[in-house]
Ligand binder design. Structure first.
Ligand SMILES: [Zn+2]
Length: 213
């Protein structure tokens, strides 16, 4: 009897150890957790994203187009944009279980070169929340040859314009779990130049996406 109990104990300990050390995966362009597993929304996609009231109506078509570009490649709905009602909470992105796109009218002065930023929260290998901030303090945004917003920072009002669809496409890549990829024409390149209409996925982006979606 005691011998049997001992065996059972050893077996359950072995199972626990295995549960705590998942198998490492190829990164495939995705952020990985401490165990080397790719993080993504898995079967929780499509992701529902709300638009903060700071997003002007003129910017919505560009945001929808960016989501569609990822979806066309995946062949399914990935990011469900809720246009109305707009989320009207404080313009301070925080971990609240809601996925929101904010147009920020303030930005950290030591990060003034950053056009946008996506915060992703995950548990295990599953993304639970993602928020996109767009830097309308330091950057002028355009879409379809039209200026949509002018930088709040007086010193930046006459600087180059950034294609908002290209920027949102990149940030949505982060929402889906992708990390930066420089070269190969990837939309996940670290930098987006003013006037660059980088609104189409590169081959490398499509194959990365298909590893998880
Ligand atoms: Zn980025």
């Amino acid at each position: 009897m005691w011998k049997w109990l001992g065996t059972a104990l050893v077996l359950s300990i072995a199972l626990i150890v295995q549960a705590c050390a998942p198998k490492s995966q190829e990164d495939c362009g995705f952020v990985q957790n401490v165990y080397g597993e790719r993080i993504s929304w898995k079967s929780d996609a499509p992701v529902t994203m709300q638009l903060h009231s700071s997003i002007p109506d003129s910017m919505v078509p560009a945001i929808l187009r960016a989501a569609e570009t990822w979806e066309r490649t995946a062949g399914r709905k990935l990011i469900n944009i809720i246009q109305y009602p707009r989320y009207s909470g404080p313009i301070v992105p925080h971990k609240d279980g809601q996925n929101i796109i904010y147009l920020m009218d303030t930005w950290e002065s030591n990060r003034a070169s950053e056009q946008g930023r996506t915060s992703v929260y995950w548990i295990g290998d599953l993304i639970k929340e993602a928020d996109i901030r767009l830097n309308a303090y330091d950057f002028n945004f355009y879409w379809n040859n039209q200026r949509l917003t002018t930088a709040v920072n007086p010193a930046r009002k006459t600087s180059g314009e950034v294609n908002i669809e290209a920027l949102v496409l990149h940030e949505m890549g982060h929402v889906l779990g992708l990390k930066h990829k420089d070269g190969a024409g990837s939309v996940m390149a670290t930098y987006l130049s003013s006037g660059d209409d980088r609104v189409n996925l590169a081959e490398v982006d499509s194959s990365a996406l298909q590893c998880e979606y």
